[in-house]
Design a protein around this ligand. Sequence first.
Ligand code: NOJ
Length: 685
Amino acid sequence: MSHRPTATPGSDIAAWWASAVVYQIYPRSFADANGDGMGDLLGVTARLPYLQRLGVDAIWLSPFYKSPQADAGYDVADYRQVDPMFGRLDDFDGMLRKAHSLGLKVIVDLVPNHTSDEHIWFQEALAAPPGSAERDRYMFRPGKDQVAGSGDGNLAPNNWKSIFGGPAWTRTTNPDGSSGDWYLHLFDTKQPDLNWENPEVQEEMRSVLRFWLDRGVDGFRVDVAHGMVKEAGLPDWDGVAAMVEGSADAGHLPDAPGAHSDAVEPHTAHHHHDPAGDDHSADNAGHQPVSPLYPPSPFFDQDGVHEIYRDWNRVLAGYDGDRMLVAEAWVEPAERLARYIRKDEMQQAFNFDFLLAGWDAQRMAVAIEDSLEAAASVGAPSTWVLSNHDTVRHTSRFGLADPTTFPKGIAAEDEQPDAGLGLARARAATLVSLALPGSAYVYQGEELGLPEHTTLPAEARQDPTFFRTNGIERGRDGCRVPLPWKSGEPGYGFADAYAGGGPSDGVSSGAGPSDGFSSDGGPGHRPPAPPWLPQPESFGELAADRQDGVEGSTLELYRSALSLRKRHGLGSGSFCWADMHDPELGVLAFQNRDILVIANMGTEPTPVPDGYHVELSSAPGAGAAEAAFGEAAFRERAFDEPAVVGASAGRPASHASAAASAALLGGTLDAAVIAPNTAAYLVAG
Ligand code: NOJ
């Protein structure tokens, strides 16, 4: 590993997004203001002060548009309407106003690759004959055998598989009952792909952008940003595509229903497709790729998509303020991803290589270095992300025997993560991600150290990937569980923003807490409906009210890290590997401005360098191990492995209680070391 300084991309960009911390809200599961068991926009509004206090700069809302919810809202039936389950357009406007008044920017999700099959356009297409203008908005094709003249269209137009499992084509039925053409859906059957060669589609999506820009949104997260353009002729493809690359995925699934692939391949097992012909994997384990996609797919990362983003860049440029686009593009290698953030395209792209690196110093170091270099090559800032609504929460991934694996959900019969170990590592990884220059994304609930729900019963699951793979993929429900706001309330206070009156009183109660965690509902109070997904018991002790103001809790760790990041200008800072950086030994160390970041991902304590003191540590200090880790994990850890929690070094005042915690945890306190599974921010002097 070289210790060369790496250019700091985008640090000269004054726009807010270049260094912003963006908090992802999954509206179904954030806060329920009307007591129907489902999160809503008024719930978001009620909790904005909490987010302001957390110290984030912006929020991104996953889709809240009118939708039959076949894919939790990523199947949009009307791009200009709020689904009644989330509220009304007025509620959105009110939320936006309040967010802006609190200094928070707002990014909304745009889903341009596909619509819902219940979108008026698709309904019109089904009713119209083959070859019509209505059908040309989507990807309708006759069967392969019909084109060849050898059959009556029973064969799908090509061999593409849906990312969610099963075929990517569904055959239509003509109005007279006969079998008709097929339509393409890279995802669920209820998510037909749009035809982006059609100017009408292009103009419609421009108009959708303007609709939300006119309302005042600050940007868009672009769903499947690498998927809209397909290779001409739609050729067969024998590769495997997945949303989260590198795991056991739908394309590789055994046919036997109910069978579960335990053998989730570590990314290091893959071969790296390197267009330059360099096979990095031969000589350096740390340089192995994290998400190969080979041969290149005919439906992802086609050159044509970039014209769309140049067009949208011009649309955004017509508005005041610094509006932005962030690409959700599972593209590799990093240089290919950088093409999405060239000066005249999008402003940011999610750095999934960083997310995919897992808890492994060598892989993480490579991901950091490669993404900084790739972003610098186009003068854009990098981004850092560890979790989102499509991946097992990093708190749980990092507690698996191999913390670089990416299971597609976890069920009771699968390996269960070590909660204490996973949380310790997650807290450490968070300190790394928040100290890197660029923009960082935080997924709702990670500031509480929430684990994945790993024992959801099959009956509770709702993710289409679970059903399309006969349960072989457990699906994404486990990371989408409603948040716990208050430990003593039903649903752990998920509906704490609910003022009473029952679920039937519509969506516009407007009531809710300001920043507290209390609501007694008052007279006539009816209890809220249970949250739409059951919550695990551990959510009780991790609820926001249990961590608020408790030193060493995960919530307070995030607040401290975010405030330190702001004070020291880390988001727009500099990056250089430090002398003690030694990924082979599991030590990741870098300097950003005056902060030295050391993450100990190895097995031995690592020394605090002479002349430095610890400003912030991911280890729970001051006797707060229990609050930080939750009673259960804490108890388990106390009698289990030693020294999982690092020493809270450098702060004389906290030594006594940190010593008590460390002793309870079976570890040793030594102010001169950073324990394994811990990260710290240090300053000289
Ligand atoms: C990516 C989104 O994040 C995911 O939740 C969704 O299922 C697919 N795109 C399809 O829209």
